[in-house]
Each structure stands twice: as structure tokens, then as C-alpha cells.
Ligand binder design. Structure first.
Ligand code: NI
Length: 169
């Protein structure tokens, strides 16, 4: 089931998520819905708080479902390594239509659990490393805006506020 994606301004989006304890059918339904919602958007990543669920779950698929078996599901993820630097434009399904150049590590290694609770490790360079950092930020209640310098962030927040005043957000 496709679920509505919450946008910047909804309080839950900027609160830390809770670890998953039960790897049950409710979790599997949540994950399936997140994947379907990500593909429909379309986007390359989605975190549970973006559909209003405060749990440490995120999904990533750089192919947006075009190549089978590419989807990564991460439950209770954490970084074990980050190195290097990349500067690329980044956007977010919860901040539609607005992008900014965000500094991220070039390489990232994350450990966590899969949908069945089995331990997994994901290593990413470039775009995958960026997606991992973006989605794990969501689980800490952090948006890409929060990685920008004051003035860059203010410009984006002003644009959002303007759209909110116009009822277009
Ligand atoms: Ni995002």
C-alpha cells in the first residue's frame, strides 16, 4: 500500500526514531509499503519517519525498482566507517522541489538488520554512500537542510515558508 509522505514542517520528521524490537508481519508490511511508496514517488530512498512511523527502518534502491533485487532494507542501522568527501546536489521526498549541495562522506559502511532480523553490512561509495547517509540522518530526525550552512539553509526554509503561506506545501 502506498502511504502518504510527510513533508518538512511535520514534527515527527525531525524527531529520532526508535529501534525495531519485533521482526514480525507488521514490520514486513511496513517495509513492503515503504518500498512501494518509494517506487511510486519515485525516489531512491525512504525512511519510516517519512511516512509517519517513528521506527529505525529505511529502504534504498538506486535503480528505483528498474533492476530486480537492488532494494536494500536496513533495520536499526548504524555507521561503522565513513571516509572521504563528496559534494553533490541532494533532494528529499519530504522537501519536494528543493535541492542543495550537501557535503557527505564518499564511502560509508553500515551495519544493521534485514527484514528478518539477520545481521547485514552494506558498503557504499558515491551515490550509495550518499543515500545511506541521507536515510540514516532521517532516522536521527535530521534532514539534508540541517547539513547546510546557515545562509544556504535559510534560503531553502524561506522558500518552504513561502509555499506554506500560499497553501502549496
Ligand atoms: Ni529524504
Amino acid at each position: 500500500m502506498i502511504r502518504p509522505i510527510v513533508k518538512f514542517g511535520v514534527a515527527g520528521l525531525q524527531a529520532p526514531s526508535q529501534p525495531v524490537v519485533e521482526f514480525d508481519t507488521a514490520l514486513h508490511t511496513l517495509i513492503d509499503d515503504m518500498i512501494e511508496t518509494m517506487y511510486a514517488a519515485p525516489g531512491i530512498g525512504l525512511a519510516a519517519p517519512q511516512i509517519g512511523v517513528p521506527l529505525q527502518v529505511c529502504v534504498i534502491d538506486l535503480s528505483i525498482g528498474k533492476r530486480g533485487g537492488q532494494v536494500i532494507t536496513l533495520v536499526n542501522p548504524e555507521f561503522v566507517e565513513r571516509e572521504g568527501l563528496q559534494l553533490e546536489e541532494e533532494g528529499c521526498l519530504s522537501v519536494p522541489g528543493l535541492q542543495a549541495t550537501v557535503p557527505r562522506s564518499e564511502r560509508a559502511v553500515v551495519t544493521g538488520r534485514d527484514r528478518d532480523g539477520l545481521p547485514i553490512t552494506i558498503e557504499g561509495h558515491g551515490l550509495l554512500a550518499r543515500a545511506l547517509q541521507h536515510e540514516l540522518d532521517h532516522l536521527d530526525g535530521r534532514l539534508f537542510l540541517d547539513r547546510l550552512r546557515g545562509i544556504q539553509r535559510d534560503v531553502i526554509v524561506r522558500r518552504i515558508r513561502k509555499q506554506q503561506r500560499q497553501g502549496a506545501w
